[in-house]
Design a protein. Structure first.
Length: 201
């Protein structure tokens, strides 16, 4: 991802480039990668609304360029970006499987008209970013699934091995916690005759 924002700045001769990603509920954008605003990575978070330049691009799934950010008047500018003295900007959506997952932006401190060729090039970079992000997501899912399957196999071995019930339940709870990511797991036993639950682990 770092290469994407670096390439955007170098190829398009801009001052900064930002890759912002949507959170899971699609309400907030977070600066994930940047060339020129590295100090704001993870700290800059903005609402995903039409009143913000990146949010407008995401909601409409379309590129947008602004020659004069201050004079445009359509968008609110976050204080952190105001401090960067952005004058002109170009942004394109980052799409993965037809779904918008973020926005790639370049900007300058001097007035500039971005061309259709600039937009096309930035879109190609956004597509590369989307592929890399999707690959990383699938890899993480596969690794998590492999861990879950391993835990299931180990649990099955515990159950069939028999032995002390308390030790088995304690180990079983630990394996479940590791597989699910929960900090604590409790296992209850149901007594059908007494119709009560006990918590040995």
């Amino acid at each position: 991802m770092r290469k994407v924002v670096d390439t955007a700045v170098q190829a398009l001769h801009t001052d900064c480039s930002d890759l912002m990603l949507l959170d899971e509920d699609e309400q907030t954008l977070t600066l994930a990668f940047s060339h020129g605003r590295e100090h704001l990575i993870g700290r800059l978070q903005i609402a995903n609304t039409d009143e913000i330049f990146p949010g407008y691009i995401i909601r409409r799934k379309t590129p947008l360029s602004i020659e004069d950010m201050a004079g445009d008047g359509r968008f609110q500018v976050p204080p952190a970006i105001q401090d960067c003295q952005v004058v002109s900007a170009l942004g394109v959506p980052v799409l993965a499987g037809g779904k918008v997952i973020g926005v790639l932006i370049v900007d300058t401190q001097k007035r500039r008209v971005f061309t259709p060729e600039d937009t096309h090039f930035l879109t190609l970079l956004a597509n590369q970013a989307a592929l890399a992000l999707e690959k990383a997501r699938l890899f993480e899912e596969a690794r998590r699934r492999a861990g879950e399957l391993q835990a299931i196999a180990e649990v099955g071995g515990l159950v069939t091995a028999g032995g002390d019930i308390q030790s088995t339940l304690d180990t079983l709870a630990q394996k479940i916690a590791q597989a699910t990511g929960f900090q604590a797991v409790g296992i209850s036993l149901y007594d059908a005759e007494q119709q009560v639950l006990s918590f040995p682990s």
